[in-house]
Design a protein around this ligand. Structure first.
Ligand code: WT7
Length: 654
């Protein structure tokens, strides 16, 4: 069948929650969802005060919300500690010796389980190690770790003593570490000798060493201490006076560390993400509201129960790993499964083997992964018993209906509800998502707003659009886990998110709402790419390219890609006297990897004599996108400075 026709047919199918599921679910009907949602947006203070009572507050708040657009404060006057809620709150209950983290390394056979009592103890000890190394409340701690329980321990230890973590994904380069150290002013780095990925060792410590060299050469290295966790046992450099071993530090400390008394608005973490211009920005999240939202979404969207084995496949380097591998599930007292490596190591069925072996019940992954699994073939799935699964989730990009159906049938055995969760680093947690026991789903839509979320589709003037009209996605009210700012750049916060429309948060996505109110997310409408669920600023890749001695100018656009959603296509003009070649193209790809990291590796380099520009000198990205996608050039080109440029581009080669 024609792919488009099949998509349309599939999109029309409605999947109602099974009665069995709804009966047990916390929100079991649309009527209940609607009633609660209405209260959550009309009386947010009352609604969230009731929900927040589930958490442990060291001191109760005096006011739920203080909103002076675009600045929100939640639970003012309240004191609360995230680590205490994720750990201490479960001690002395039936969860005391329950598995908090179940871990598997990539090398087959490596396993660890940490109960709540054990995790609490480890976090307390490491908190003391941090203190011993001079970390104080408000300090920034850069975490560059593989996917091992110590990554979560490090985060929770920061939270326990009121330090802020800034986790940097292990796939980022030395240069990226350097930028983040400088921007955040981190005095300490927590890392490991290495980590395993697809059978190879990722040289984490070596990358940190290179970052230190860059910083030292720049003359301003704020990093005084690097704590190294021994994961692989490979040979590494230890810089006397700066680098210390994680296990040695633990020899000096005891397990007694009271959680710090923290104001609800104490900064919890910074997480860097790409924007449409310049360098990545440090998204700032704070304590009380963030924790509440992480907790509530795990409760209502993932419907987590004590019996669940919940697995979120995201790396801790992304916000999904923060909220849905560490903070949300642990605040719920759930068992959070963690896997170190690649889905195709040693073979293509590693994920299904893990699910079967551990009896995973709730599984959360990305559409790009689902599309890869589809391509690898059903035979990898069907040889495993996946009957433990009861709920599936996706996040990161719009899921195409075919992938949704495959996920539903082949992984979910046509029995598990799917929650397609739309959210962002900035939102801290789920914003638009089905509730599995209540919301009828359709392949391809993230459906309806979560509690407290007043989402709408507006036109360029900010007027709300009617059903099925494409526009921009905005949020019109503050929500507990909203970002509180961009680290070190107050003006950019206002400019990026709150200046497009008065009083509304602009998400950067295009979307429409259908006649039932379901949101269909189209994707980014700014100069941000979504490559395999990872955000990448075109400007970032462009500036990496022009830092290469041969490059004069570069323009980067996305091209539709069956597996990754978008592929990175770079149009490059070289300096006079430079000859273009396949070698140079490969060299440029390598250069981008070195500057940003493997996540940003260009898929195509296309050399061209000039880039198409408007008379005012702006690069015409719309045209480049069409050229990249191999489409005929459509639309108005009359403002093109030099029309002959187009002809060249269309034939430019790798
Ligand atoms: C962007 C945010 C949220 C954690 C992972 C990505 C896209 C995310 C969906 C979804 C359609 C989605 C949006 C958004 N996105 N989830 N379910 N359906 N698009 O976080 O790196 O901050 O990226 O990812 O375009 O703006 P992020």
């Amino acid at each position: 069948m024609n792919k488009n026709i099949e998509s349309t047919l599939v999109e029309k199918r409605i999947f109602k929650p099974a009665k069995e599921f709804s009966k047990k679910a916390r929100i079991g009907s649309m009527a209940q969802y609607q009633k609660m949602w209405k209260e959550s947006v009309t009386k947010p203070e009352k609604f969230f005060a009731r929900e927040a009572a589930d958490l442990k507050w060291q001191k109760k708040w005096t006011k739920v919300l203080d909103w002076k657009c675009p600045y929100a404060k939640w639970f003012i006057g309240g004191k609360i500690n995230v680590a205490e809620n994720c750990l201490d709150r479960h001690l002395g209950t039936a969860r005391h010796n329950k598995a908090a983290i179940v871990w598997q390394g990539e090398p087959v056979g490596e396993k660890r389980t940490l109960t709540y009592a054990q995790l609490h103890r480890e976090v307390c000890r490491f908190s003391n190690a941090l203190k011993r190394n001079g970390v104080k409340k408000g300090d920034r701690v850069l975490i560059y770790m593989p996917m091992v329980p110590e990554a979560a321990i490090a985060m929770l230890a920061c939270a326990r003593i009121g330090a802020m973590h800034s986790v940097v994904f292990g796939g980022f380069s030395a240069e990226s570490i350097k930028d983040r150290v400088l921007d955040s002013g981190s005095k300490i780095i927590l890392t490991a000798d290495g980590g395993y990925r697809r059978g190879a060792v990722v040289p984490l410590k070596k990358n940190v060493d290179d970052a230190m060299t860059l910083l030292n050469n720049g003359g301003t290295n704020p990093v005084k201490r690097v704590i190294v966790f021994k994961r692989t046992g490979q040979d590494i450099h230890i810089e006397e006076g700066r680098d210390v071993w994680w296990h040695r530090e633990l020899e000096y400390v005891d397990a007694d560390c009271a959680p710090a008394q923290l104001d609800s608005e104490t900064p919890l973490f910074i997480l860097y993400t790409s924007g449409s211009t310049g360098k990545p920005k440090g998204i700032l999240h704070t304590t009380g509201g963030y924790l509440l939202h992480a907790y509530m979404t795990c409760k209502y969207v993932f419907d987590l129960r004590d019996e669940d084995v919940y697995w979120c496949t995201a790396d801790v380097g992304w916000v999904t790993g923060h909220t849905y591998m560490v903070y949300g599930p642990l605040a719920m007292g759930a068992t959070s499964f963690m896997y170190e490596g690649a889905p195709n190591w040693p073979e293509n069925d590693r994920f299904w083997q893990i699910i079967a072996e551990n009896g995973v019940t709730v599984f959360y992954t990305a559409p790009t992964a689902i599309r890869a699994f589809m391509k690898w073939g059903d035979q990898w799935v069907t040889k495993h018993d996946l009957s433990s699964l009861r709920l599936l989730g996706t996040v990161g990009e719009p899921i195409n209906p075919e992938a949704w159906m495959w996920y539903h049938r082949t992984i979910g055995g046509s029995r598990c509800p799917i929650v397609d969760t739309w959210w962002q680093t900035e939102t801290g947690g789920h914003m638009i998502t089905p509730l599995p026991g209540a919301t009828p789903t359709k392949p391809g839509t993230a459906t309806l707003p979560f509690f407290g979320v007043d989402a709408a589709i507006v036109d360029d003037a900010g007027n709300e659009l009617g059903a099925n009209q494409g526009g921009k996605l905005v949020i019109r009210k503050p929500w507990p886990s909203m970002l509180r700012g961009i680290w070190g750049d107050k003006a950019r916060y206002k400019q990026t998110y709150w200046s497009e429309y008065k009083g509304m948060y602009f998400a950067g996505d295009g979307a429409r709402r259908d006649e039932h109110g379901n949101f269909w997310i189209v994707g980014r409408i700014d100069d941000v790419l979504n490559v395999a669920g990872h955000r990448l600023g075109t400007a970032e890749v462009e500036s990496a390219l022009v830092s290469h001695p041969s490059v004069a100018e570069a323009a980067v656009v996305g091209k539709p890609d069956e597996l990754k959603g978008q592929a990175v296509v770079c149009f490059v003009t070289v300096k006079t006297g430079i000859t273009t070649s396949k070698e140079l193209a490969n060299d440029l790809k390598k250069h981008v990897r070195t500057v940003i990291g493997p996540v940003a590796t260009p898929d195509e380099i296309r050399f061209t004599d000039a880039l198409p520009k408007t008379r005012s000198g702006k690069i015409m990205r719309r045209l480049l996108k069409q050229v990249a996608a191999g489409e005929l050039i459509k639309g108005d080109t009359t403002t093109l400075e030099d029309l002959s440029v187009l002809a060249k581009l269309a034939t430019a080669e790798d």
